[in-house]
Design a binder for this molecule. Structure first.
Ligand code: ACO
Length: 272
């Protein structure tokens, strides 16, 4: 376990788990936590072997969002301090969204504001059914910013996004699953096992393929079909080169020998 002041990181082979660790403050994101998140992401990138990153919270909360006192209230009258404090957050949010490994939010409790946003920025999300998600910004007089509106508009239908942005109401993990904001909502006692099962499906894949699959998805959502095809074909050749044609030389050779069925399982990467 690598421990920073407010964040812990556990790296176990191809899986890393990041823990927000301010349980007495519902894992609210203080300036220190924002700095620690950069250190956590650095540690995972430096390891070089991580394919899946799970983010969760210590205690009964995922994260109650930005620390309203330390990030907003106290630095507000010093514009440069306010800017630099919050810039650290805006930068790790963007880093998380573009992270090369697959990111999975394991939402164990309250997820407000920045906690809601992190769930939306991750590639996948699993939540306990009882948890409460909320964009509470409107309740204290602002609108979701710093990527939180983006996270709502890119994970929810328009009416749902606007409902939660405008009312500040909370949605449960179960509702989040119905709206497609999380992949699965499960009883709290099953959260670890269900997340582990998803992780196990990710970590037996080729890491270069995982990274490029994410890039192709993200880029092509904004392209028309001809441009999307041009882009994905170029990426396919990049993949072939970076993986020494593993898909032809290993995977489809195994299919030729009828040693696996690609529709329902993954090829064995270490078998010729
Ligand atoms: N910022 C700073 N401190 C916080 C935050 C926060 N976002 N959330 C909780 N805390 C602190 C509380 O002030 C309290 O501190 P204290 O022990 O020093 O008094 C401690 O965490 C425990 O919180 P309680 O309110 O006592 O816990 P409770 O279970 O009653 O309520 C809840 C939990 C609903 C999460 C409540 O704390 C709350 O409403 N927090 C604010 C949530 C929010 O609106 N976050 C901002 C989102 S917007 C954004 O991220 C930009």
């Amino acid at each position: 376990m690598i421990t920073f002041e407010t964040v812990n990181v556990e790296i176990d082979g191809p899986t890393a788990t990041i823990y927000f660790n301010r349980p007495d403050k519902k894992n609210a994101m203080s300036p220190q936590l924002h700095q620690d998140m950069h250190k956590a992401l650095d540690a995972i990138e430096d390891d070089g072997n991580v394919k899946a990153v799970v983010i969760t919270g210590v205690g009964d909360s995922f994260s109650a969002g930005m620390d309203l006192e330390e990030c907003f209230l106290r630095p507000y009258n010093d514009p440069m301090l306010f800017y630099t404090t919050n810039l650290v957050a805006l930068k790790w949010f963007q880093r998380l969204k573009a992270f090369p490994a697959v990111t999975i939010a394991k939402v164990n409790g309250y997820a407000f504001g920045g906690g809601f946003e992190v769930t939306g920025l991750c590639d996948l999300a699993v939540a306990a059914e009882h948890v409460k998600f909320g964009l509470s910004e409107i309740n204290f007089g602002i609108f979701p910013a710093g990527g939180a509106s983006w996270a709502a508009t890119h994970n929810l239908q328009r009416k749902q996004a606007l409902y939660y942005i405008l009312t500040g109401d909370t949605m449960t993990g179960k509702q989040a699953e119905e709206f497609g904001f999380v992949n699965k909502a499960v009883p709290a006692e099953e959260l670890d096992a269900v997340t582990d099962k998803i992780v196990s499906k990710i970590v037996n894949k080729n890491p270069v393929t995982l990274r490029l699959a994410k890039e192709v998805y993200e880029r092509t959502t904004h392209l028309d079909l001809p441009e999307a095809i041009d882009y994905d074909q170029a990426k396919l050749w990049e993949l072939a080169r970076l993986t020494s044609n593993e898909w032809i030389n290993v995977a489809l050779k195994q299919f030729e020998k009828r040693s696996f069925r690609p529709g329902v399982e993954t090829y064995k990467r270490d078998v010729a």
